[in-house]
Design a protein around this ligand. Structure first.
Ligand code: FES
Length: 74
């Protein structure tokens, strides 16, 4: 499975000790691209349960849709 996500950042986010989770003592970095607290995991990855391999998805307003094809202007 793949996911189309929109990100606006144009540079890195430097992490520091204040980013540590007070309860768990770790930093969870989002790898699914769906977190509202990006670059940190907020649990939104649970929406990806049931995604199938060889399928591309887009998530908008909490809804998951299958992408048939991606067209670029090049
Ligand atoms: S990995 Fe993306 S929200 Fe958890």
């Amino acid at each position: 499975m793949t996911r189309l996500v929109e990100l606006e950042a144009t540079g890195p986010r430097k992490l520091d000790p204040s980013d540590l989770d007070d309860e768990k003592g770790d930093i969870a970095v989002c790898q699914c691209g769906l977190s509202e607290s990006f670059p940190f995991c907020d649990g939104s990855h649970q929406q990806t349960d049931g995604e199938e391999s060889e399928t591309t998805y887009v998530y908008e307003n909490g809804e998951r849709s299958v992408v048939d094809r991606v067209v670029t202007d090049e």
